[in-house]
Design a protein around this ligand. Structure first.
Ligand code: FES
Length: 74
């Protein structure tokens, strides 16, 4: 993961990269960010590639937030 990718995230979202963001399926935050960086620019795409949000969906808001931050131009 590139530093320039991380720089797009608010400080609070740059933490805990090596902890599960999707606890239901045991998906590291780092892996979700990598998937978005590699082109998964929607919630569905992230789910298809990583299985994040594919449990009971409790991490959807967090994943959506990452997608929004990482795919916004600026
Ligand atoms: S934590 Fe991701 S679906 Fe529950």
């Amino acid at each position: 993961m590139k530093q320039s990718t991380l720089d797009k995230l608010p400080d609070i979202l740059q933490k805990d990269l090596d902890e599960n963001l999707c606890v239901c399926n045991g998906i590291l935050k780092r892996d979700i960010i990598d998937a978005i960086e590699a082109g998964a620019d929607t919630l569905d795409a992230v789910r298809n590639q990583t299985y994040a949000t594919d449990g009971n969906g409790c991490c959807k808001r967090q994943v959506q937030r990452l997608v929004e931050c990482l795919t916004s131009e600026s």
